[in-house]
Design a protein around this ligand. Structure first.
Ligand code: GDP
Length: 469
């Protein structure tokens, strides 16, 4: 489906955009085998031709789509590099416009020199996300697929990658289509019921409308519930390690991160500040903070660390509360148990290689994992506990998972409107009032897929992309 046709406003905007031919480096700036400069717009071929001469002498303007040539990149008389020009003809390109991709050697200076030559030849530097925005405006992908492109690029673990790929394959759009088709059917049934009140058609009854709306609301609620776990997968779980000094927090941190960044000694209070590390554990990215132990102290410097630890504890998605299983509980331990009672927490009983002296009953009803950080025992149970407590294990990564705040907000609006519709039916409001709620839900879904969305929203979405994408 060509989405921009649904929105004349976008069509105009698309026309305006296509007056500019844009260019940017499409690959990361660093040392690499190759690097790519992408040019898109009406003048893409003419601009590329000013900087690229094929060794075959065939002008780029004579190329068909998907044709490539080996040649020389120049800026005036200066030869910049040898490389490949690959021509795409509109609409069969990423952006739906004429596109030329110049592949050169992947060095920072080479790429910048070639980009400079392309800009001097008449291209404008692309804005962040402008290639993908053009693809959206030209109907190459809907908004949920466009948003998934950013997820694909920034995925830090396999699960995040699979979720973004499912969105790119259209799982979110398909789920929304299913719900909106149901809603359109319900709206049509309500209209028929209102227009022909004397007809005795069994499917047209208030009970049936209520069932249809409830089913749409349930599907919407299920979709909305994927957001939180999906976010933890994409952005990583912000996880703070707390516990009194000497229980083995640094040893655990080192075990998880596989190095010796936290200082491990048997002198209590060694870790005076917060040490942060990002680790991939199974399919989860953990943003770990090893804190100074939370305890009362007169040491001024140590107190700063303790205060920071308390703040981290408040902000964290997940808390690892570490206790020494080989020692009886102390007042500091009991205070910590109070401090974390409202948090999503995994109790870690460490030093289980030694004789157990801790009273386990105080942890009844909490998620407890036994480990020996020193011997590296218990890691698998810990991973399983993280997956369960964050509900990441409930997520079907092949189905629709919401991947952005924009999608979450739209789905929440749709759900509120559907709940209102059900409520309106139940309290006996007019069917017109129910119809207005259904329209609101549909509008929220159309905004999610980009079929009806304002410029401000699209600008905000694409601003978060990198230049060159
Ligand atoms: P922190 O102050 O909580 O960060 O504790 P550390 O990680 O510095 O560890 C304190 C002491 O406990 C060190 O001597 C560690 O070697 C020891 N330790 C840590 N984990 C274990 C464990 O699983 N078993 C045993 N037996 N000792 C441990």
């Amino acid at each position: 489906m060509c989405y921009y046709k649904l929105n004349k406003h976008f069509q105009k905007l698309g026309d305006l955009m296509s007056e500019r031919t844009i260019a940017a480096i499409a690959t990361p700036l660093g040392e690499g085998g190759i690097g790519v400069i992408r040019i898109s717009g009406e003048k893409a071929v003419a601009i590329a031709e000013k900087c690229f001469k094929a060794f075959s002498n065939k002008p780029l303007s004579c190329f068909c789509g998907y044709e490539a040539a080996y040649g020389r990149l120049c800026s005036g008389d200066e030869v910049l590099d040898d490389g490949i020009a690959l021509v795409f003809k509109a609409p069969k390109s990423y952006t739906g416009e004429d596109v030329v991709e110049l592949s050169v050697h992947g060095g920072r200076i080479v790429l910048k020199s070639v980009l400079r030559a392309v800009l001097s030849a008449g291209a404008d530097l692309a804005d962040a996300g402008e290639f993908t925005k053009r693809a959206f405006l030209n109907g190459k992908l809907d908004l949920s697929k466009a948003e998934s492109v950013m997820g694909l690029i920034s995925a830090e673990n396999d699960t995040a990658y699979r979720i973004s790929r499912a969105a790119k394959d259209g799982r979110i759009s398909k789920e929304i289509d299913t719900i909106t088709n149901d809603l359109l059917l319900t709206a049509a049934s309500i209209a028929t019921f209102t227009d022909y009140p004397d007809e005795d058609i069994p499917e047209l009854s208030v009970e049936n409308f209520s069932t249809m709306l409830r089913s749409a609301a349930d599907k919407t609620a299920a979709l909305l519930s994927t957001y939180d776990a999906g976010k933890l997968i994409r952005e990583g779980v912000d996880c703070v390690i707390v516990g009194k000094p000497n229980v083995g927090k640094s040893t655990l941190m080192n075990l998880l991160s596989g190095n010796e960044r936290s200082i491990v000694t048997d002198i209590a209070g060694t870790t005076r500040d917060i040490i942060e590390e990002t680790v991939n554990l199974g399919d989860i990215t953990l943003r770990l903070s090893d804190t100074a132990g939370i305890h009362d102290t007169d040491d001024t410097v140590e107190n700063v660390g303790v205060e920071r630890a308390r703040k981290k504890l408040n902000d964290a998605d997940l808390v690892f509360a570490v206790f020494d299983a080989a020692s009886p509980l102390t007042d500091d331990d009991r205070k910590l148990i109070d401090d974390i009672s409202e948090k999503r927490v995994i109790i870690i009983l460490n030093k289980t290689d030694l004789e157990t002296k801790i009273d386990r009953t105080v942890f009844d009803g909490m998620r407890v994992v036994e480990i020996s950080a020193k011997q590296g025992v218990g890691l698998e149970s810990l991973i399983k506990a993280i997956e369960e407590i964050t509900e990441i294990s409930n997520l079907n990564t092949n189905s629709a998972v919401l991947i952005s705040e924009h999608q979450r907000a739209c789905t929440e609006r749709a759900l509120n409107a559907l709940n209102e519709a059900v409520c309106a039916l139940e309290i006996g409001n007019t069917l017109d009032a129910v119809g207005v709620c259904i329209d609101d839900a549909l509008a929220a879904f159309l905004e999610l897929t980009g079929k009806r969305v304002t410029n401000e929203v699209t600008d905000e979405i694409f601003r978060r992309f990198c230049v060159g994408k």
